[in-house]
Structure formats: structure tokens, C-alpha cells
Write a protein that binds this ligand. Structure first.
Ligand SMILES: Nc1ncnc2c1ncn2[C@@H]1O[C@H](COP(=O)(O)OP(=O)(O)OP(=O)(O)O)[C@@H](O)[C@H]1O
Ligand SMILES: [Mg+2]
Length: 277
């Protein structure tokens, strides 16, 4: 995973942690952090040079919030990865901890930043490979900006909220793009569904890639196949509402015959013979 730029303005350096600890402000390595408000996010985004204004929140997902922002007069999307107050607690001694597992979550800021890095890098790879994804623009810390799919009147709708005129063509376009992601970028999306595909300018746009998994010599190809199958199943299931039926196994085979990492070509036979676990 590459870092576009390593500096996370929210993360304290070890030196400043030591200074704070010496002052008795807190102990342990965890920084005291809290859920960011809209004003915090707006100030950060402008201060970090990611946007010239942040207008309003569009969506609050599982791990990130989406804001409509502007760069000069151009609308852009600002995605801010954040914590979940409900399932974590902050302890003065241990920093930020998962309440559910009561396990220390050492560096939540770094975790959020990793997700933003991953999304930025992967969007860039997908964009360069020719997929229809929002063009990534910038990233600092746990924030990233990307092209706003939509226009002044409204953001592009999710495909589930559109009455498709040519559903079979739309499905082909999505499958073509997903094949590029799998074969050329070597990732499975991992959350492909009618929620993560927008419809704009008469075509689909795939979004929300941070949970994607690499398909490389280190991957568990059985797992990759299962993730790919689930993504395709979700997609084909959605298009069945339009009475468009496709053969899942056939499409899966098109993907798998287009690319399997060299050292994984025989993963099915090896799994059957019990030579890999
Ligand atoms: N580039 C974009 N242009 C326009 N709208 C966008 C863009 N990115 C995201 N959105 C809007 O915000 C919603 C949530 O985005 P995304 O799926 O990336 O975030 P998320 O936090 O992972 O959400 P969830 O957990 O609900 O999947 C999208 O369904 C879409 O409506
Ligand atoms: Mg999403």
C-alpha cells in the first residue's frame, strides 16, 4: 500500500506524545480522539487544501461520511473516514478501544488513514485502467476527495433508484468494468451491489472500493472466488428484477479464465487434495 503523502495532521508524533505524557495529560500510546463534527471536518478539509468549501453532508455510511464540497466553483466529494462512537470507548489510559471486544485498538487514526489511502490508491488504479469510477483528487490523513458524479441539481442516484431503459446493456457495462478491475487491476470489489453503483450520463459508475481485496500471489484464491461469486450474484440478482437473466457460473468462468495469479493456477485441485489450507 503506497502513501500518497505520509503526513497525517491529526496524528501526534512520538515526540509530542512523550511531551504530553510528561505533562501528565495522558498515559499510554493512544491519543485521545473524538468523533469529528461537521465544523471540524470543514475546517480540516479547507485547512489541508482539499477543498475551498464544504457545503453539506450527503450520506453517513458504515465507516465514512460523504460531503458535498467545492474546489473553487467546482463541486467535489469529500469522504471522511471516522470512528463509531457506539462500538468504541475512549480510555484515558489505553486511548481508543473497541468496547465490543474490550481489546485495545491502538491507532484508530492510522486505521482510518489506511482506509483512505487504500480507497485513493485503488480508485486511481481503476481510473487509470479505464474503469468508470469517480476520479480521485487528493488525500490527507483520513480524508479523500474525488470527482462528484452528478450536477448542480443533484448527486447521481444509486442504480437501485433508477428506472433503467436498457437494463441488459447496463449490466454489460458493469460486468465490463468489473472485469477490468479483476483482470487488469487485480482486485475483487467485495461490496458490489445496487447500492455501490451510481447511474449518471446514461451509464453505471462503480464506487466504494475500500473493502476490495487484492488478487495476487499471496491471496487465498478460494476466498477470492467466493467474494467474486457473491459480488456477481448480488449484481445478477438485482438485474433479475428487470427479467434479465445471466448464468452466474459462466460469467465467473470468464473472470477466472481471464486472470489467476501464476502460482495459484491449480488452487481448486490443490484444495481438493488438501495440499493448501
Ligand atoms: N463520487 C460521488 N459522487 C456522487 N455521489 C457519491 C459519490 N461517492 C459517494 N456518493 C454518495 O454517497 C453514498 C455513499 O458513498 P459510499 O458508498 O462511498 O460510502 P460508504 O460510507 O461506504 O457508505 P455505505 O457504508 O453506505 O456503503 C453513495 O451511495 C452515493 O449516493
Ligand atoms: Mg457504499
Amino acid at each position: 500500500m503506497s502513501r500518497i503523502e505520509k503526513y497525517n495532521p491529526h496524528k501526534q508524533s512520538s515526540a509530542s506524545r512523550r511531551i504530553q505524557a510528561a505533562k501528565g495529560n495522558y498515559s499510554g500510546r493512544g491519543a485521545l480522539i473524538r468523533e469529528l463534527t461537521f465544523d471540524d471536518i470543514k475546517r480540516d478539509a479547507i485547512g489541508f487544501g482539499l477543498a475551498t468549501d464544504v457545503l453539506h453532508q450527503l450520506n453517513a455510511g458504515k465507516e465514512a461520511s460523504i460531503y458535498l464540497a467545492t474546489w473553487r466553483e467546482h463541486p467535489i466529494i469529500l469522504k471522511a473516514y471516522r470512528m463509531h462512537q457506539s462500538c468504541h470507548r475512549i480510555s484515558k489510559k489505553h486511548g481508543y478501544s473497541s468496547a465490543a471486544s474490550a481489546k485495545r485498538t491502538h491507532n484508530v487514526l492510522a486505521m482510518m488513514e489506511d482506509l483512505a489511502v487504500k480507497e485513493f490508491d485503488l480508485l486511481m488504479k481503476c481510473f487509470r485502467a479505464g474503469m468508470h469510477v469517480p476520479t480521485p483528487v487528493g488525500r490527507v490523513g483520513q480524508y479523500l476527495t474525488m470527482r462528484f458524479i452528478g450536477d448542480v441539481t443533484a448527486p447521481a442516484p444509486q442504480i437501485r433508484n433508477v428506472e433503467l431503459q436498457e437494463p441488459s446493456r447496463a449490466l454489460d457495462q458493469i460486468l465490463d468494468d468489473y472485469l477490468v478491475m479483476y483482470r487488469d487491476v487485480n482486485y475483487v470489489h467485495g461490496d458490489l451491489s445496487e447500492y455501490n453503483i451510481l447511474w449518471w450520463e446514461d451509464r453505471p459508475w462503480i464506487i466504494d472500493v475500500p473493502q476490495a481485496e487484492p488478487v495476487d500471489k499471496h491471496c487465498d484464491m478460494m476466498r477470492i472466488e467466493a467474494v467474486l461469486r457473491r459480488d456477481l450474484q448480488n449484481l445478477l440478482g438485482f438485474f433479475e428484477n428487470y427479467h434479465v437473466y445471466r448464468d452466474l457460473e459462466q460469467i465467473l468462468n470468464v473472470f477466472l479464465s481471464a486472470y489467476i495469479p501464476d502460482n495459484q493456477k491449480h488452487y481448486r485441485e490443490l484444495r481438493v487434495r488438501g495440499e493448501i489450507v
